[in-house]
Design a binder for this molecule. Structure first.
Ligand code: PLP
Length: 236
């Protein structure tokens, strides 16, 4: 694809996704400004990120640290916000803490402590979500709902982190009722933590295929990849 073609296609897709979000907000009586759009750019070439940035997108989500580092440096966009949404390993904690604004995938205290320790003291705290295994299946990532209060309490005390909310990747299904049921359980878990005194304002839920169901259940941030960029191209 030529650079011009990439630019127009990506700008159009951005408009379409924004319209889907606005419509879903209208349908559930929510303010469209209450839902932020995270462009999930993992596996996408740099020109595609440039095209979306030129069209006004500022929030990007990446899952692989090395791939992300290359793009963060090359895009060189001082007002862009970088969200780490992938599986976290302790040996990558320093790079993530130093180069990202948000992390959505915290599911154990060891990783949280490593991120906090490596956050540059004069930077604002890293904004974090706890990843919850809401479908309770074989998925390796995510804390169980029953273990959330303890993890939230531990994360809330770490000076380099600011606990903002919860994230989930439910088991994929095209059944709307099943989608809503999973997202509702994340919202209820978040309300539970708020009752315990945690000041949470973020529900990171909804992707290309289920963002409408997520918004109906209270999502405040949707993570959208393929609907914005088309199929992923890079390995990983
Ligand atoms: C890849 C990914 C997405 C985006 O998925 P799409 O179906 O392409 O929209 C969202 N969240 C996480 C955590 C991902 O890894």
């Amino acid at each position: 694809m030529s650079a011009a073609k990439i630019t127009s296609t990506h700008a159009e897709r951005l408009t379409q996704v924004r319209e889907r979000i606005a419509r879903a907000c209208r349908d559930s009586g929510r303010d469209p400004d209450a839902v932020r759009l995270l462009a999930v750019s993992k596996g996408q070439p740099l020109e595609a990120l440039r095209a979306l940035a030129a069209a006004g997108q500022r929030r990007f989500g990446e899952s692989y640290v090395q791939e992300a580092m290359v793009k963060i440096r090359a895009l060189d966009c001082p007002d862009c916000e970088w969200h780490f949404i992938g599986p976290l390993q302790s040996n990558k904690a320093a790079l993530v803490a130093e180069n990202f604004d948000w992390v959505h995938s915290i599911d154990r205290v060891k990783i949280a402590m490593a991120l906090s320790r490596h956050r540059t003291p004069d930077a604002p705290p890293l904004q974090v979500c706890l990843q919850v295994n809401i479908s309770g299946e074989t998925s390796k990532s995510g804390v169980e709902v029953a273990d959330l209060p303890v993890l939230a309490e531990q994360v809330a005390t770490l000076p380099g982190l600011r606990l903002r909310g919860l994230m989930t990747i439910p088991r994929p299904t095209d059944n709307n009722a099943a989608q809503r049921d999973a997202f509702r359980r994340l919202r209820v878990a978040s309300e539970e933590l708020r009752r315990l005194g945690h000041d949470l304002d973020t529900l990171s839920m909804g992707m290309s295929d289920d963002l409408e169901a997520a918004i109906a259940e209270g999502s405040t941030l949707v993570r959208v990849g393929t609907a914005l960029f088309g199929p992923r191209q890079l390995a990983g």
